[in-house]
Ligand binder design. Structure first.
Ligand SMILES: Cc1cc2nc3c(=O)[nH]c(=O)nc-3n(C[C@H](O)[C@H](O)[C@H](O)COP(=O)(O)OP(=O)(O)OC[C@H]3O[C@@H](n4cnc5c(N)ncnc54)[C@H](O)[C@@H]3O)c2cc1C
Length: 388
């Protein structure tokens, strides 16, 4: 998109990411998808090039850039046909540690997260019985001597098997009567290697996409008190802080997907001949692709606006949510247009369309579902009555 100076484009970063991604073509992702295997080489390459440490300040070994630069990286990964879900959380989960951790905690972990020697890319929030209603989580952490003892269960804890650290949300006290339901939740850094087999069990969940997601069980897992991040009982507020960044970054992945689908669809529509002419000559084929392009461009503007506000330290809840909503819709419409344009070949693995189609469908549900965003806009932006 020519942005006529409205927003920074990060073309140098984009070009480097494109060059890196060129080493991981469709055949690489296809083989992993078939085996539901983790893209270890890709993650190593991205991490080794420093791209996952862009949000970490320079004093801890990162590049100290903002969410706009991080968005450019993730968009390019997805635009190349790849998928950053295997490691994107390494970029932003550390935000809770950076903003709310003690000087000692930051010194201990951030330089290793920046170098990629420690992976902090598991985020344990969702539970089977609480769903979107985070205040209803049942995992507890109770003080015992110098430790916290954790009991409970999480579901959809992605990348748990590929993380050294997990940021865990647990209830440390009941919500105060008449107070806010989210009070009494705290966040911890769980050191996975030490925990495995000593109160932590991880079970992979096989899904329609290759996502390395899992369910995790805590059975009297002991976490040192030094691993509590920030103040006890304030954990929900801390993770909310990071959610705008997450929404903007996921929106950027959707934009990358959208652009991949549009490029692929328009190329095929120009080349595929049926009834002696390119299928793209038919407006029934052309228009859905053109509409998806317009939607992707519009969603790009909202995503860039949200990122610019975030990086300027301005409130951006509405923009971050709208960016995620619009970009997820744009990528889904582009996916649908691309698959339809390819006819039967859209279903063949070797075109990568069916894989990307499955992958981009996730964003209507996670990390926040479309309904929850609409509800946020209805209530918090437009002031309509709270519905739940
Ligand atoms: C592949 C994958 C990876 C994930 N990774 C992680 C992760 O790493 N860490 C983590 O903590 N979580 C993760 N999640 C969980 C994800 O954030 C949740 O699935 C998502 O927030 C929705 O929660 P739920 O599945 O419990 O749906 P539910 O809350 O049960 O909702 C089901 C449906 O009902 C709708 N709904 C519910 N209440 C309302 C209402 N009041 N008004 C209107 N509609 C409503 C929702 O929009 C949704 O469509 C992941 C999920 C998936 C599928």
């Amino acid at each position: 998109m020519g942005d006529v100076g409205l927003f920074q484009d990060f073309e140098d970063i984009r070009a480097s990411v494109r060059a890196l991604c060129a080493q991981f073509p469709g055949s690489y992702w296809r083989a992993l998808d078939r085996d539901r295997a983790y893209p270890e080489e890709f993650v190593k390459a991205l991490s080794g090039a420093g791209f996952l440490a862009v949000l970490i300040p320079e004093e801890y070994g990162g590049s100290g850039l903002g969410v706009a630069a991080a968005s450019a990286i993730l968009e390019e990964v997805h635009k190349s046909g790849g998928n950053a879900a295997a490691c994107h959380a390494q970029m932003y989960i550390m935000g809770s540690l950076l903003r709310h951790g003690s000087a000692e905690q930051k010194k201990k972990w951030l330089p290793h997260i920046a170098s990629g020697t420690l992976r902090l890319q598991a985020f344990g929030v969702t539970e089977p019985t609480s769903g979107t209603d985070t205040a209803a989580i049942k995992t507890t952490a109770k003080r015992e001597g110098g430790d916290w003892v954790i009991n409970g269960q999480k579901v959809w804890t992605s990348r748990a098997e590929h993380s050294d650290l997990m940021l865990l949300l647990a209830r440390t006290s009941a919500a105060p009567e008449g107070g806010r339901r989210h009070d009494g939740l705290s966040i911890f850094l769980v050191e996975m290697k030490a925990a495995l087999g000593h109160g932590l069990t991880i079970r992979p969940i096989r899904t329609m996409i290759n996502h390395a997601t899992t369910e995790v069980f805590f059975d009297a897992l002991r976490v040192p008190s030094a691993n509590l991040i920030g103040e006890e009982g304030e954990g929900f507020r801390y993770i909310l802080d990071g959610m705008n960044a997450e929404r903007i970054l996921i929106a950027s992945e959707c934009l990358g997907d959208g652009r991949w689908f549009i490029d692929k669809a328009s190329a095929y529509a120009k080349e595929r001949q049926v009834f002696g002419r390119p299928i793209g000559q038919n407006q029934g084929v052309q228009f859905p692709i053109a509409r998806a392009f317009a939607e992707t461009e519009a969603a790009t503007l909202m995503t860039r606006k949200a990122a610019a506000l975030f990086d300027a330290g301005e409130p951006c809840g509405a923009e971050a949510n709208m960016a995620k909503l619009l970009a997820a819709d744009a990528s889904w419409h582009a996916a649908e247009a691309c698959l339809q344009t390819h006819g039967g070949f859209g279903f063949a693995e070797e075109y990568d369309v069916e894989r990307k189609f499955r992958e981009t469908r996730l964003y209507q549900v996670a990390p926040i579902s479309t309904n929850m965003i609409l509800s946020y806009i209805g209530e918090h932006v437009l002031g309509m009555p709270r519905s739940f």
